[in-house]
Design a protein around this ligand. Structure first.
Ligand SMILES: [Zn+2]
Length: 280
């Protein structure tokens, strides 16, 4: 029996069904597919016109590097046929999540929504955002409509966020240097690094997933300390000049960044309190 729920996309629907009390094992065994649909406005074919976008913009929308040369994107103009609106009629964006064996396993294991989405995409699901971009490629709707009616998930994030450069360091290697003006920020994957100021080690980071170096990207000021590898370490490098774009467009990612920032501030506070206590 088909039923209707209002959620962001198909993987989110599963979470919503669990929220309202349906046991995951039941969903895993009885749901065969979940269809999500969004309606966008259809460009008027009589007056639509090509619009130029910068390469970086197109990549941030979710288009792929190797399609950019061929890509023609249309936008609205307005004529007598469309009452000057530039749009006439509607177009549907569809996302069909089939509950395959793998998807069923993931639902049963109650994996987080992000993970379920990843599995579903691997099993052939075209995410809503991608379905909308497809209609943009075909000249049926505009970028504005595609972006307004669908949300981007990690799977459609730009490459610099999904696959940032991974770097390996040996003991004593300097990852970033006090006084430099570079703006990249980093995430520790393996190993540990020391925070060094005036040749003195003032802190150590060894928690996998911890971010560092983001202060320079936020304030635009020079590095206030060096970061040196302790033993072998592996880090991911994020381009600092993209930080504003990340904050603006990918709140989920910036949330992680701000979490590590505030955790660090909290640690510093505790240290200050301790020091103040010792002075008494
Ligand atoms: Zn028109």
């Amino acid at each position: 029996m088909p039923s209707t729920l209002h959620t962001n996309d198909s993987p989110a629907t599963i979470g919503r069904l669990v929220d309202i009390g349906i046991p995951p094992y039941m969903l895993a065994s009885s749901v065969t597919m979940v269809l999500s649909q969004r309606l966008g406005r259809r460009l008027c074919v009589h007056c639509r016109q090509p619009v130029d976008y910068k390469k970086e913009e197109l990549l941030s929308f979710g288009f792929k590097e190797d399609e950019l040369d061929e890509l023609v994107i249309y936008g609205p103009k307005g004529c007598s046929k469309c009452n000057g609106l530039g749009y006439k009629g509607r177009v549907g964006f569809f996302e069909l999540m089939e509950v395959t064996e793998e998807v069923s396993k993931a639902i049963n294991a109650q994996v987080p929504e992000d993970q379920l989405r990843k599995v579903a995409i691997k099993e052939g699901m075209t995410p809503l955002r991608e379905a909308a971009l497809q209609k943009v490629r075909q000249g049926i709707t505009s970028i504005d409509e595609a972006l307004r009616r669908t949300v981007a998930h990690k799977e459609s994030l730009p490459a610099y966020l999904v696959n940032p450069d991974e770097e390996h360091y040996e003991d004593g290697d300097v990852i970033l240097r006090e006084g430099n003006n570079d703006k990249d920020f980093f995430k520790l994957l393996r190993g540990a690094v020391a925070v060094v100021k005036d040749r003195k080690k003032i802190a150590q980071l060894s928690e996998p997933g911890e971010y560092f170096g983001e202060m320079a990207a936020i304030t635009g000021e020079e590095r206030t300390a060096s970061i040196v590898s302790i033993g072998r370490s592996t880090i991911k490098r994020f381009p600092g000049d993209k930080l504003e774009e990340v904050i603006e467009k990918y709140p989920e990612v910036s949330l992680h960044l701000f979490r590590s920032l505030s955790q660090r501030l909290q640690k510093n506070n505790q240290m200050l309190m301790k020091l103040a206590g010792q002075r008494k």
